[in-house]
Design a protein around this ligand. Structure first.
Ligand code: HSE
Length: 315
């Protein structure tokens, strides 16, 4: 059995406009890389974290990756330990599911080093514990697509019921990360606690339309359904240039555009890589006009989720 493994877990776009806390999809880049070494003596030791500007906790009781692995080990009643080396290859507080990618890398890698006692889907609750630590809420719309790949619907949280949704192979995302931070905890705390019935009707019509559009490869339906009347009106106020960037994406041919997760990243869906690239460039220029730098990622929907990069890897 391997003594060490290096894995990759992808960034994710959660909510996908109308599906607050219940819809998400994975992209190919960016993502996190995690090297894990298994050891006989109990305990989790964070040996190194790169790419976080020193911001993430090194205390294993406070770090997303180690907390997720600790919950997995508790469940399996195992008292072995792990050394962790994390390379954050994506921005923190970006709305790209950074903490979810780390938690997923942790449970995915640990499960493999332990001889795969659990199926991938069974790892979800442990990754959610890591996410809860980072965001103050155990939502699964980043963690589930990072773990399972593809588009994922969280049909229910209690009991947890997660469904993969087929999506067209020509569907591409342009994901724009403005270089400002918004903490998920803060972006959740400003949301209204109640939704008027009229908005709820509009929102669940859109969710059903989006899911149907994905399954039937009906692009106009996907576009019409990418409307969020509940969360976006509140959160978009935190993102300078939001309306301009969205307008630029739609004018450049995107099917729809919205906030990625809790922001500040924004995403647009398009048909084909070429259109997605032009859409992303139009979004970047629109943000430049309000003097905010950004990073752009253009990707098809990542149907795989996490990957093994190498086994018995050296730190
Ligand atoms: N559904 C979560 C939220 C995702 O919007 O708060 C956080 O990335």
């Amino acid at each position: 059995m391997s003594q060490s493994i290096k894995v990759f877990a992808p960034a994710t776009v959660a909510n996908v406009t109308c599906g607050f806390d219940i819809l998400g999809f994975a992209v190919h880049q960016p993502g996190d890389e995690l090297l894990l070494e298994i050891r006989d003596q109990p305990g989790l030791e964070i040996k190194d974290i790169q790419g976080d500007q020193g911001l993430l906790p090194r205390d294993p009781q406070k770090n997303t990756v180690s907390v997720a692995i600790a919950h997995l080990l508790d469940h399996l009643k195992l008292d072995c330990g792990f050394n962790l080396y994390l390379q954050k290859k994506m921005p923190l507080g970006s709305g790209l599911g950074s903490s979810a990618a780390s938690a997923v890398a942790g449970v995915f890698g640990a499960n493999l080093l332990l001889g795969k006692p659990l199926e991938t889907l069974e790892l979800l609750p442990f990754a959610m514990q890591g996410e809860a630590l980072a965001c103050g809420s155990a939502h699964a719309d980043n963690v589930a697509p990072a773990l399972l790949g593809g588009f994922v619907l969280i049909r229910s949280y209690q009991p947890l019921d997660v469904v993969k949704i087929p999506s067209p192979s020509e569907l591409y995302a342009a994901v724009l990360h403005p270089q400002i931070d918004i903490a998920t905890k803060d972006a959740r705390s400003i949301l209204k606690k109640q939704v008027p019935m009229k908005s709820a009707i509009q929102q669940w019509g859109n969710v059903a339309g989006l899911v149907t559009g994905l399954i039937t490869e009906n692009y106009p339906l996907i576009g019409r359904s990418m409307e969020d009347v509940v969360v976006e009106p509140v959160r978009s106020m935190l993102i300078p240039g939001f309306q301009e960037v969205k307008r630029a994406a739609l004018d450049a041919g995107a099917l729809g555009c919205g906030i990625s997760g809790s922001g500040p990243s924004m995403f647009a869906l398009s048909v084909g890589q070429e259109v997605a690239q032009s859409v992303g460039e139009a979004m970047t220029s629109a943000l430049q006009k309000v003097d905010i730098g950004s990073d752009l990622f253009v990707s098809a929907v990542n149907q795989n989720g996490p990957l093994i990069l190498s086994q018995d890897a050296a730190p």
